[in-house]
Design a protein. Structure first.
Length: 92
């Protein structure tokens, strides 16, 4: 009996993934070509299919990118007194 944890990956058509992500199917194919989604041409003639697990990984990457951008914006918006405290003046 095959192990359930070693199940073969499930593949979705770009249109199915596009519907899930609320984008156009052409954008999904572009993400595959960029290597941001794992996909392959299956069947004859070869039609693009996206590995289902790569969708969650792509979304996690997008969330991490958004988190880092937000931190970057916060750091750029912060002033030095807020970060380091008030300026210290030395008596000469």
């Amino acid at each position: 009996m095959p192990d359930a944890s070693a199940a073969a990956p499930r593949y979705l058509a770009p249109a199915q993934v596009a519907e899930l992500l609320d984008v156009q199917a052409e954008e999904i194919v572009e993400l595959i070509l960029q290597g941001r989604l794992r996909g392959a041409r299956l069947g004859a003639p070869g039609a693009w299919r996206v590995e289902e697990d790569s969708i969650a990984e792509y979304l996690a990457d997008q969330a991490e990118d958004a988190r880092r951008r937000a931190l970057w914006r916060q750091a750029n918006a912060a002033s030095f007194p807020e970060l380091w405290g008030p300026a210290v003046h030395r008596a000469e």
